[in-house]
Design a protein around this ligand. Structure first.
Ligand SMILES: [Zn+2]
Ligand SMILES: [Zn+2]
Ligand SMILES: [Zn+2]
Length: 239
């Protein structure tokens, strides 16, 4: 549910004209901060512009929810694929009927994951195209243009460790891209990560999955602290 008071205030703000000189000054400061490599200041300046000028925050939050969800699904697919490839390599050294049928099942799943990844990649492009023009879009695209964007946020690293991911161990899996053809699947661990699976020692049920992943929904008001922090870290790189 939207916050009606905030919605009204934002609507009123949208009707006011941007003070052009201040806007130009903010743009200039943002450019200087980015060129000087002061990443955090750049994001803060963009954050200020977002708060002041971008009128319909609810629309942006809905968009942020879909992009974060799509990215998580891309990561799940990529991590499951990598894990299956490891299993297939291991399985090929066996030749019994059971092992052969297990190998066939793994290959079938791998083929279907490849299709899933391509579909998700298209959905990702479609969600990006739907992003309303404004500071949040430029913040998001600029953040994602950093090859190791997910490692730049202390909050995202800690969240990965809290969920039992590789950032809580010394393996450094999150530093490495599992497959160079799967750039959009880059990021922190999901329950499909092979290394996490080995560390855990058991397969995850739907119940475990719910327990391991705190809920976040940016479209629901009041927002939880986790949702707010996820938004700030995942979209803005501010935590
Ligand atoms: Zn690992
Ligand atoms: Zn992992
Ligand atoms: Zn991680």
């Amino acid at each position: 549910m939207k916050n009606p008071i905030k919605a009204k205030k934002l609507q009123k703000l949208a009707k006011t004209r941007k003070p052009q000189r201040l806007e130009s000054l903010l743009e200039l400061s943002e450019e200087i901060a980015e060129k000087s490599g002061r990443w955090i200041y750049t994001q803060l300046l963009r954050g200020m512009r977002y708060i002041w000028w971008d009128a319909d925050r609810e629309v942006f939050l809905q968009w942020a929810q879909s992009i974060i969800k799509t990215e998580i699904r891309l990561r799940e697919t990529t991590q499951r694929e990598s894990y299956l490839k490891e299993l297939i390599q291991y399985q090929q050294s066996y030749r019994t009927v059971d092992e052969k049928s297990r190998l066939e099942a793994l290959i079938d799943e791998l083929i279907s994951l490849d299709r899933d990844y391509r579909n998700l990649e298209q959905s990702y492009v479609a969600v990006i195209a739907k992003c309303p023009e404004g500071s949040m879009k430029s913040v998001y695209l600029s953040f994602r243009s950093q090859p190791q964007w997910h490692m730049m946020s202390q909050w995202l690293r800690q969240d990965c460790a809290n969920r039992g991911g590789c950032c809580g161990r010394a393996c450094q899996c999150c530093d490495n891209l599992p497959d160079p053809r799967r750039v959009k699947g880059r990021g922190h661990c999901t329950e499909q990560c092979g290394c996490c699976h080995r560390a855990r020692g058991f397969s995850v049920t739907e119940e475990d999955r719910e327990r391991m992943n705190p809920r976040f929904d940016l479209t629901v008001y009041p927002r939880t602290a986790y949702s707010r922090e996820m938004f700030l870290a995942h979209i803005w790189s501010l935590l």
